[in-house]
Unconditional design. Structure first.
Length: 397
């Protein structure tokens, strides 16, 4: 199991002047609405327990008012819990004094806001360099590092522009560069792309995912948009009325929704565009070593399989069928050279391919299609029936 960088335990947040009264109603099992009616207190979060691992993009998804911002603001203690604990890198945030908290916010964690929150009277490079100024870095280094991030997010030439001179998408690139510039381990993004037009938004999503491949930061990404959640998230938590309904990978959420609320969320998702080959491939397959003279047929018989996948020194070569071997030697022992002649090359897939793009290959192939990694190893096979099963129950969209 990967390390938990952020750990939340039994977290409750009540908004109002009488949290004790609300907590009693919570314990008595009343709903958020009932508690508001009875006590005029708002249940922001209710018994949140979760772990966010080092290097993952963890998405918190839910409708407006479900508690997303309240939750993420606990991670840098912009909000204090009513009860419960938050640990970041095994540090209990509630134990930090003002000094430590200031350092923690400067160095460990950075945030990208929905409305960009740039300083209007500072230009692009100064907005980005500001976090480093607070860290007391020398001027040359501040500007060098800021310039580097300006180049990475594609704002070269805009260094001296002011926020009001930039489009929404450009402003959010500044926000992203500013957050990344401090080298903080954790990046918090609260609906960072929600205010942007769809095209610009898709563009920034893509850029974030490309960056993340290199940076491997721990990113907590908030969105109310399920498509965005499924696209960017390694894991997704679904929040409703301050409670977590389910935490899992896209395939868990889509294929095994925890309850009727999650099911309602995912009903209209086009699975063929979200799920990948990895989500449906099976590891069970018969590997045939061509140097194991004569072994091929026995191996197939032993595994009661009609198809073998020929693998030579970890490298996938192709498929052999039991029928072709039997025809070839009329039951006699297969020599290596003979086996090689029987190998059918056939199509292959990559595990990151979305099902939509794997559909034709899988349906047209006579055999379960091997999934091959970049180094040429076989990782698994895709059965036609698994693909169809996952895609049926999918709306025609
Ligand atoms: N400062 C506050 N005072 C009172 N209620 C609040 C406050 N902040 C949030 N809430 C309430 O807590 C709930 C969760 O809000 P929020 O975390 O902002 O949701 P989201 O970010 O998912 O839209 C809502 O019912 C909201 O009205
Ligand atoms: Mg919010």
């Amino acid at each position: 199991m990967a390390d938990a960088l952020i750990r939340v335990e039994n977290l409750y947040k009540i908004f109002g002047d009488n949290p004790e009264r609300a907590m009693k109603l919570v314990r008595d099992g009343f709903s958020k609405d009932e508690i508001l009616t009875r006590s005029n207190q708002t249940v922001g979060l209710r018994d949140i327990n979760l772990e966010i691992y080092n290097g993952e993009v963890f998405v918190i998804m839910g409708l407006s008012g479900s508690g997303k911002s309240t939750l993420i603001r606990h991670f840098n203690r912009l909000i204090d819990p009513t009860t419960g604990s938050i640990f970041v890198d095994n540090t209990d945030l509630m134990q930090l004094d003002q000094n430590d908290l200031a350092l923690f916010r400067q160095q460990k964690i950075s945030m990208v806001f929905q409305r960009f929150a740039l300083m209007p009277h500072r230009n692009v490079i100064d907005n980005i360099a500001y976090g480093l100024k607070v860290q007391n870095l020398p001027r040359d280094e501040r500007y060098e590092r800021s310039q580097n991030w300006i180049d990475i997010v594609g704002l070269s030439g805009y260094e001296n522009h002011y926020p009001s001179q930039l489009s929404g998408g450009q402003q959010q690139r500044v926000g992203l560069a500013r957050a990344l510039c401090t080298d903080a381990e954790v990046l918090l993004m609260d609906e960072a792309f929600s205010a942007l037009d769809p095209l610009i938004r898709a563009n920034l999503q893509g850029q974030l995912m490309d960056l993340q491949k290199r940076l491997k930061k721990t990113i907590v990404f908030i969105t109310h948009d399920l498509d965005e959640a499924l696209l960017v998230g390694d894991r997704i938590a679904i929040l409703k009325d301050g409670m977590i309904l389910q935490v899992g990978e896209a395939k868990d959420i889509l294929l095994e929704p925890a309850d009727e609320h999650v099911e309602a969320f995912v009903r209209n998702v086009n699975r063929a565009r979200v799920l990948t080959v990895k989500d449906i491939m099976k590891d069970k397959l018969v590997r045939i070593d061509p140097s194991n003279t004569g072994g091929a047929l026995q191996q197939l018989q032993k595994n009661e399989s009609d198809i073998g996948y020929v693998v030579e020194k970890d490298s996938y070569k192709g498929v052999v069928t039991r029928a072709s071997i039997e025809r070839g030697q009329a039951g006699s022992v297969a020599a290596e050279s003979q086996l090689n002649e029987l190998v059918i090359k056939g199509p292959t897939l990559r595990n990151s391919t979305i099902l939509q793009d794997a559909l034709a290959t899988t349906m047209e192939s006579e055999f379960p299609v091997p999934v091959i990694c970049e180094q040429g190893k076989i990782e698994g096979i895709v059965h036609r029936k698994d693909l169809l099963e996952v895609l049926s129950g999918n709306p025609a969209s």
